[in-house]
Design a protein around this ligand. Sequence first.
Ligand code: NOJ
Length: 556
Amino acid sequence: MKKSLAAISFVFITFHTIAQMPWYHHTTIYQIYPRSFYDSNGDGIGDIQGIIQKLDHVKEMGYETIWCSPFFKSPQQDFGYDISDYCDIAPEYGTMADAQQLIDEVHKRGMKIVFDMVMNHTSVEHPWFKKDVAKGKDGNADFYIWADKPNNWKSMTGGSGWQYSKERGQYFWASFLPFQPDLNYRNPEVKKLMLDNVRFWLRRGVDGFRLDIFNVIYKDAALRDNPFSWKAVPDEKNPDGFFQKFKYTINQPESMQFAKELRAVCEEFGDRMLLGEVSGDRKTIRKFSGDEKNDGLGLVFNFEMLRYKFKASYFHKLVENIEKDFPNPFMPVYVFSNHDRRRSIKRVKDDMQKAKLLHLFQLTVRGVPCMYYGEEIGMTDARIKFKNGLDPIAQKMRKYPRFIFDWAGETPNRDELRTPMQWNANTNAGFSTNAKTWLPVNNNYTTINVEKEKGDETSLLQFVQRVLKLRNDMGALKNGDIEFVERGKLPKNVLAYKRKAGNSEILVVMNFSKSEKSVQLPDNFSNVLLSVSPAEKVTGNKLHLSSLGAVILSRQ
Ligand code: NOJ
């Protein structure tokens, strides 16, 4: 057995706990992709009643807030991210009454629910767009962004984002895909109507919104050309790409100002969550939350860990950096998977033990964890042929050979990570009674499913549930400061940090390596509250960590 001993010392890298924290700064978020969660009416597509039927399960797991990807009226060209009516529900998901019931049922269970607001663009089917197109350029119809001649702007998915409307005889701007025209927020009428849509749902009781591509909500008013850049591929920290610096299309100061306006609208209804999908380096995304005060979006996603490296040093550095840019009163959001990117378990070759460590980290670090449905059971990406991809991104990308994306560590066909939730080992993984589900169920559903893992105390599900329970019960984990154990004083590839709120104090120690490790514990931290496996042992002030072992300790 390879052993290394190390003394522990702490380095303070955050500020002290704030007394008053908004609820969404210490919550846990569970993302539901409605189409894939549970089909209550046997049409092969998940629906709102399906979510309602599974709420007890979500509650039992210990998640506090649910974020639902959009189920508003939509032609579903981008599966709901192309809305044609913000105040109605797509029939395949249910009715307005179902949506209201969902909000009420969530609240009955003492949980919160946030909807997904796609404010940047609508569907081409939205009546506003139809009106803009029909009125023509002299008809004062500028709900969208029109130009006689396209400038050089590239869309976020590559290629020019300008689309020609024959009927109007002009080009409209679409930041994402051609059927998602961007609204013109420089038109006060657009802003007013969209804020009315926001109020419509706040009045019905939603606890806030996840905001789709909020970073592009404003574009340069003069439509100036973007400068050249050598950067070919956008990434989490820098959205520039396709040989262009997105100077005039992304992260405009007006968008940050709009974040504050939106916050004020939410505050008319109390303490509501705004969680922005933004991109750029940490300092830039922080700006959407406000400058010194957290008076913009209460939260913004941090996506940099989507491409994590399974190494203690990586996580140490990550937190250290994030803490610098998101000190109190800001709160970082840690995202390891979502409906757009490959599932986090794929980066560790579907290793369940490693997935436990990832979850432990995400749920015990200072920040709001945002978890994607199925992550808690270790659902893996399916392999679906490009040519069969329903995802519009797959359709756009399938002219390129697949291996390029594999090599880049990306999944260009989002169908692969949106397969139906695996509830049990019955037909269709218990997701639907229909012979054909909207996407195929992953073949591994007989071994990876909720029912099976509920009955296995070594399962990922039970582990996640235990960590969530501890987090929910302990002030230190919910809203405590974080103090790091210096890396140099720990065995190689071991990470350790302390969380502290008032008298509540815990120590998390994780072994990211396959070899066993031994750590010398500070005096009283010898009470094991939770461990990855029974092999983790404390003898006196020495902690023995098994391969990929981890523990949460309190003082004796
Ligand atoms: C980002 C969303 O997460 C993604 O799923 C969607 O396709 C685009 N925005 C366009 O709305």
